[in-house]
Design a protein around this ligand. Structure first.
Ligand SMILES: NC(=O)c1ccc[n+]([C@@H]2O[C@H](COP(=O)([O-])OP(=O)(O)OC[C@H]3O[C@@H](n4cnc5c(N)ncnc54)[C@H](OP(=O)(O)O)[C@@H]3O)[C@@H](O)[C@H]2O)c1
Length: 268
């Protein structure tokens, strides 16, 4: 069985990724949800869809990106019940609707979108089969936020030898600057979601560099109409196309890149 784990699989783009993958032969979709009823309901819907055939296999895995124990338990459950993982899709994330901005929003957004994804990757990496893949849902907003940073902050992120500790310390610096109220003077943009996704994009680069036996990429799904983005213009099926390509498409060995509309977008 080809095991695919998708975080935040109970709705939106994550749900659509699960729904499309479940129709693939010999594929076991592990749909993660932080909430059991929402996860069970999603699986029930997928089982009713035309993609679900007599040989399809889908399982629910509880995984809350805001709870390190839940992430650790999820990885242990996968190891004991399903064995090795072929693909991890780090999809689950949060965003605050509107222009609200304060230290609390920045901290909670970074905790879920960056630190939760980082811990999930750390716990699942040892379970990923050689030749396996990680797909990280980043965003074009990370590119915009990156461009709004000072040259000196950008150069830290772009360093060839950027380490995970270095990345974490830059993101902690952003949280601190927002708390102190001097983030603008220090060269940071006013966008916690954007910075969380800069973290995801840079983490992708670091993990790809340090795990040459895997294909690890990130992408923007486009502006997709979901609970997170009520003004999105793409359908969830259109939004799932690039992450699905990174999961099961022919990538010609490309790793550590940011993709959009099925193509590499070179900005880091
Ligand atoms: N939609 C867009 O236009 C767009 C654009 C660029 C990038 N993206 C990225 O695409 C991905 C999917 O977004 P979407 O539009 O499909 O959003 P969505 O419909 O709001 O779905 C988000 C998913 O993440 C889950 N989630 C949120 N917080 C979580 C936590 N603490 N632990 C575990 N799961 C959690 C949600 O679960 P609950 O139902 O329990 O909340 C839900 O399953 C995200 O990474 C997003 O940043 C989206």
């Amino acid at each position: 069985m080809f095991n695919v784990v998708v975080t935040g699989g109970n709705k939106g783009i994550g749900y659509e990724i699960c729904r499309q993958l479940v129709g693939r032969s010999s594929t076991h979709v592990v749909l993660c949800s932080r909430d059991r009823p929402r996860g069970e309901n999603a699986i029930e819907q997928i089982k009713k869809s035309e993609q679900f055939g007599s040989k399809s296999k889908i399982s629910l895995l509880l995984l809350d990106l805001d709870d390190s124990k839940s992430i650790e338990d999820a990885a242990k459950t996968v190891e004991s019940q399903f064995g090795l993982v072929d693909i991890l899709v780090n999809n689950g994330a949060r965003a605050v609707w509107g222009t609200d901005f304060n230290a609390d929003i920045v901290r909670t957004t970074l905790n879920t979108n960056f630190f939760g994804l980082k811990l999930t990757s750390e716990k699942f990496l040892p379970l990923i089969r050689p030749g396996g893949r990680i797909v990280n849902l980043s965003s074009m907003v990370s590119q915009f936020s990156f461009r709004q940073m000072s040259e000196s902050i950008r150069s830290k992120f772009l360093a060839d030898d950027l380490t995970m500790d270095g990345l974490v310390s830059s993101l902690e610096e952003y949280c601190l600057r927002v708390e102190k109220g001097d983030w603008k003077e220090k060269g940071w943009p006013t966008n916690g979601y954007g910075i969380s996704k800069v973290g995801v994009s840079m983490l992708t680069r670091i993990y790809a560099r340090d795990n040459p036996d895997l294909l690890i990429n990130c992408c923007c799904p486009g502006s997709v109409k979901t609970a997170m983005n009520r003004k999105g213009t793409k359908t969830v099926a259109e939004g799932a196309a690039t992450p699905l390509h990174l999961a099961i498409g022919d990538l010609q060995g490309i790793s550590g890149k940011f993709w959009s509309n099925l193509l590499v977008e070179d900005w880091f």
